[in-house]
Structures are given as structure tokens and as C-alpha cells.
Ligand binder design. Structure first.
Ligand code: CP3
Length: 345
């Protein structure tokens, strides 16, 4: 059975499975070539054949234990009717939040059909290209993080407009979160139906909230999504990634019902071992810039993570997405090192 799946069942392997967030992306020349062929980043996300191609590119190079659907978390607001564009090197820009936002499942799934077709294409591609041990991860943004982009309408360091609205107009904000809980649950269930073997929920901006609001906007909506998925697919592993949650990772890990959690770069691994690993499977958390640097610190840091967390079922990953400056040969070096590592030696 695939190492990612056994690990997520709580069974430890000789060496941990490894994949990297944003493993398909701009650090790979073949990705840049396919993006040019597609026309734009968004065109690439909605082209099932080319999205399949870029998903498989890092698997061909590095033989990761998991592939992750090539798409973006912002296709969900887009499918709900909010305008979206990606300006080259400037990140996403969204249109005004539609006044009469509704979740109409049939319209929503129709717009996201190319994503579901990509999932089928990736599963077929993994099989025909001989990667039968590589699992496929589907994903969505979490309600809080999607609301941040929907209200602030672009990337931000503090998401001020969203945080003010959550407090000043809590009823309206709560209605948006509830709508997103429904849409995201339905989206992830459909991804599993079409072939995703694991799903990951990215809450990239969980870390901007004070403890008094974290539970309400991060933990509780995630818990509802987990329950909705489990009602249909009780056995599909679900990974949560509440970036920047700090000590609130404990609240999140114990209340959401997730199978596993991704820990970000800032989390001290010994704290994670003592406070999270006893109750949940952990994924993470090498600094993406330590990888990009290729410095001697790279293998040392990787070993420090393995020696703290490798005694339990564990998934090796970065603490955030791979940076576009990363030389592909450093990724190869990391993967070879993790694969050759035996925790008992
Ligand atoms: O991990 C993978 O390989 C799968 C694909 C994936 C992308 N985005 C592709 C992408 C995934 C899982 C995401 C998630 C995503 N998208 C998140 C959550 C994870 C995180 O990084 O915190 C967020 C916040 C977004 C929104 C988003 N998409 C931003 C802010 C940006 C611009 C920043 C940047 O890195 O340029 C994107 C663009 C994006 N999404 C790119 C890729 C490969 C780069 C676009 C390009 O090719 O020009």
C-alpha cells in the first residue's frame, strides 16, 4: 500500500513519506514552459490536460510519495462568482464581493469540472507512468483564508478589512463563513469522488487571528468540514494546515477531528513532538529557504526534524511552499537524503 496512506493510518515506515507544498511550480523550467503554453496561470488551472502535466512533472523528477492536484485555493471564490486574476509577480486580485453571493451546487461544480477532470487525469497518468506508489492529494482553502482574500481582495500582511468586518458585522461575516463551509465540503467530497485519495485544507492566514477568535473562525469551521466529509467518506485522510497558529495548533489538533496537521516553519519540533504528536499525525516543516540555499544547514535541519518527529508516523514536508529560487538539484538532494535515512541508525 502507498506509504502516504499507511502513514496516515498511523503505521510508521522505515523512512517517512515525502512531498513538498507547491512542488509543481516556478522553480521547474518545464512548469514555466507549460504555463506559457497554457497562456496564463489561471488558464493552466482550468486546463485538465496541462494541469495533469504540471502535477506529474515533479513526480517524474523526484518520485515523491504524494502528488498534489495542480490548482489554486482561489478557484473556489471564482466559482462562486467573484472575479479573479493573477498579475504576473503580483499575486491574486479579486473583484468586489458579489452582493447576492449564493452557493448553487450545480453551477459551482459545473465551473469546477476542469479541476475534477484533472484529478481523473492525474490518477490515470500516475498509473500509466509507473508511479503506482504515489498518492494523490486534493485540496481547498479553509473558510477563514478564503474569506480573507474575498474581502481584502488581494494578498495582505494583516488582512485588515476582513478582521474588521468579522468584528463589526459579525452576522454577515458568519453567513459568509457558513456559505464557505458548505461550498468547501461539497468541493472536497467531489474531489474524493473523482479520485483524490487524501485532502488538505490550507488555512494560510490562521495566524493573524487573536486566540479569542481563532476557535470561531479557524477551528470550528474546519471541524464542520471534516464532519461533512466524514459523513460521506469516513476513511479518507484529511490534513489541516493552519499556518501561523503557534500554540493554538493544540486547540486546532484536538477539536477539528483531522487525521493529520501540517506544521509551519516556525514551530519548534520538540514542542510539536511533546504537544501534538501524542494525539495527531504531523507533517512538516523544513524552512523553504534552507532548502533553496542548498547550504550545509539543509541536511542538518532535515536530520533535526527527523530525529525529533521520526519516531512516530510522520510525513516530511516543508513548513510552507517551495520558493521559486530553489535549484531542482537541491530538492533531489533532500529527497535522496530522506529516503536513505533510517531513524534507528
Ligand atoms: O502545491 C502545489 O504544487 C499545488 C498547487 C497550489 C498552488 N497554490 C499553485 C500556485 C496550491 C496547493 C496552492 C495553494 C494556495 N494558493 C495557497 C495556500 C498555500 C500557501 O501558499 O499559503 C494560497 C494562499 C494561494 C493563493 C495564491 N496563489 C497566491 C497568494 C499566489 C501568489 C503568490 C505566488 O507564489 O506567486 C498564488 C499563485 C500560485 N499558486 C502559483 C502557483 C504555482 C504561482 C503562479 C504562477 O505560476 O505564476
Amino acid at each position: 500500500m502507498k506509504k502516504m496512506l499507511t502513514t496516515l493510518q498511523g503505521i510508521k515506515s522505515d523512512t517517512p513519506p515525502i512531498w513538498l507544498m507547491r512542488q509543481a511550480g516556478r522553480y521547474l523550467p518545464e512548469y514555466l514552459a507549460t504555463r506559457t503554453k497554457a497562456g496564463s496561470f489561471l488558464d493552466l488551472c482550468y486546463n485538465p490536460e496541462l494541469a495533469t502535466e504540471v502535477t506529474l512533472q515533479p513526480i517524474r523528477r523526484f518520485g515523491f510519495d504524494a502528488s498534489i492536484l495542480f490548482s489554486d485555493i482561489l478557484v473556489v471564490p471564482h466559482a462562486l462568482g467573484q472575479e479573479l486574476s493573477f498579475a504576473e509577480n503580483h499575486g491574486p486580485v479579486l473583484g468586489a464581493l458579489p452582493e447576492n453571493l449564493v452557493f448553487d451546487p450545480s453551477d459551482f461544480h459545473k465551473k469546477l469540472e476542469p479541476v475534477y477532470q484533472a484529478i481523473e487525469g492525474i490518477r490515470a497518468g500516475l498509473q500509466t507512468e509507473g508511479f503506482s506508489e504515489t498518492a494523490l492529494i486534493g485540496f481547498s482553502g479553509a473558510p477563514w483564508t478564503l474569506a480573507c482574500y474575498m474581502i481584502d481582495r488581494k494578498g495582505s500582511k494583516d488582512f485588515a478589512a476582513t478582521r474588521i468586518m468579522a468584528l463589526k458585522d459579525e452576522e454577515k461575516f458568519n453567513a459568509l463563513i457558513e456559505l464557505l463551509v458548505s461550498a468547501i465540503s461539497s468541493y472536497l467530497i467531489k474531489q474524493i469522488e473523482r479520485g483524490a485519495e487524501i485532502v488538505q485544507i490550507f488555512d494560510s492566514w490562521a495566524g493573524v487571528l487573536p486566540p479569542s477568535q481563532f476557535s470561531k473562525w479557524v477551528t470550528q469551521p474546519t471541524q464542520k468540514i471534516v464532519a461533512n466529509i466524514r459523513a460521506v467518506y469516513p476513511d479518507t485522510p484529511i490534513i489541516g494546515f493552519p499556518k501561523g497558529a503557534g500554540v493554538l495548533y493544540q486547540n486546532y489538533a484536538s477539536l477539528t477531528g483531522l487525521t493529520a496537521i501540517g506544521i509551519d516553519t516556525q514551530m519548534p519540533v520538540n514542542w510539536v513532538r511533546d504537544n501534538l504528536q501524542p494525539s495527531i499525525i504531523v507533517q512538516g516543516n523544513l524552512d523553504p529557504f534552507t532548502l533553496a540555499s542548498g547550504s550545509p544547514a539543509l541536511l542538518k535541519e532535515a536530520d533535526a526534524i527527523l530525529s525529533a518527529l521520526g519516531d512516530k508516523p510522520f510525513i516530511f514536508n516543508l513548513g510552507h511552499g517551495i520558493d521559486k529560487s530553489t535549484p531542482p538539484e537541491q530538492v533531489k538532494r533532500l529527497v535522496d537524503h530522506i529516503r536513505g535515512y533510517s531513524h534507528d541508525q
